[in-house]
Design a protein around this ligand. Structure first.
Ligand SMILES: [Fe+2]
Length: 283
């Protein structure tokens, strides 16, 4: 049977990157401490109470992918300050991004920052590679995206723990996994499964009668590609200016400055860096 490597947060970003390169995914047992998990859960509870599992989606394929039993909070940085400061800017995740995404860009940014609360009866998601949303980037290409699912409750096979296919980041595109190659990322609250955009994975089936499976889906992408979520509109200036500068930068307020590599600026406003404009009050 396949297995996922497991680390502790204190093992550091270098160990995470080593496992990512070898296995395509790794579980970090204690990315968040218990108090941080409680704080984030408290902050999102009112938003989740108002969330409709049968919300409309952009098109039927997306609706099918998420199903009708998932409470879905988007733009999480605008809804949970603790998420924005303690997860989005987590040194271990950013250290991994520095190594995995850094060589292919001048700056990486948030791709999506969502909370998915998958209810009883949720069907398993199709196993997929997150990077396939950028289908127009010719292959082979460098790693474009690094993702994480952080557990805000205990993840078990029965409540729909994320399923991951270790090693699939190196597979030919047409290879399909055998059942024995798919691993349930079972882990306690506060742990995170970190994986590459090229690694096959998907949400598992929630076969419990009454247990919701709450997790944060946070991914980062090279700063020159369009992000799945429009993070600047999702976390608008009036909210972003209350967050640390690092969070602002990651949410897409900073220009992607590739001048030193012979490139140019992306994302300027009025020929300026929007993150500076947030700082001086002109945005
Ligand atoms: Fe995914």
């Amino acid at each position: 049977m396949a297995a996922l490597p497991r680390l502790r947060a204190r093992d550091g970003a270098g160990a995470v990157v080593e496992r990512l390169r070898e296995h395509g995914a790794v579980i970090v047992e204690d990315l968040l401490d218990a108090r941080t998990v409680i704080r984030i859960n408290d902050e999102v509870d009112p938003h989740l109470a108002a969330a409709d599992p049968a919300r409309p989606h952009l098109n039927p394929a997306v609706a099918w992918f998420f199903g009708k039993r998932t409470r879905h909070l988007t733009s999480l940085a605008a809804k949970s300050r603790s998420f924005a400061t303690d997860v989005l800017c987590h040194p271990l995740l950013l250290g991994a991004c520095d190594a995995v995404l850094g060589p292919a860009c001048a700056r990486y940014q948030v791709n999506v920052a969502h909370l998915l609360d998958r209810g009883p009866g949720s069907e398993p998601q199709l196993l997929h590679r997150d990077e396939d949303v950028w289908v127009h980037v010719p292959r082979p290409h460098p790693e474009l995206q690094l993702a994480s699912i952080t557990a805000l409750c205990d993840f078990r096979a029965e409540n729909g723990a994320t399923r991951v296919v270790p090693g699939s980041h190196r597979w030919p595109r047409e290879r399909k996994p055998e059942p024995s190659e798919v691993v349930d990322a079972e882990m306690p609250a506060g742990a995170s499964v970190v994986y590459l955009g090229s690694t096959l994975h998907g949400g598992g089936a929630n076969t419990t009668r009454d247990a919701w499976r709450r997790g944060v889906h946070l991914s980062y992408v090279v700063g020159w590609l369009r992000s799945e979520e429009n993070n600047v509109l999702g976390t608008p200036p009036e909210v972003a200016r209350t967050l640390p500068r690092q969070a602002q930068e990651l949410l897409g307020y900073a220009v992607h400055d590739a001048i030193a590599s012979g490139g140019g600026y992306l994302g300027a406003v009025d020929l300026r860096d929007p993150v500076d404009m947030l700082a001086d009050g002109s945005l």
